[in-house]
Design a protein around this ligand. Sequence first.
Ligand code: SF4
Ligand code: SF4
Length: 57
Amino acid sequence: MYIITDTCVECGKCEPECPVDAISHGSKYTIDESCVDCGLCAAVCPVDAIYRSPSFK
Ligand code: SF4
Ligand code: SF4
């Protein structure tokens, strides 16, 4: 799965890109376990705050 790191500037661009609505915005933007690893969110992030996490399948 992908994760959103602290470099996120909360621009909101990633959220509508996710085909499975895995991105939500509480106190900050986060990705939940429904992520299907499509990578679309990472592709639109202007500050490269989204990475594929090595610690999750
Ligand atoms: S990698 Fe794809 S499925 Fe996962 S959070 Fe990003 S847009 Fe959604
Ligand atoms: S696109 Fe990047 S900077 Fe914008 S809200 Fe998503 S993670 Fe944060």
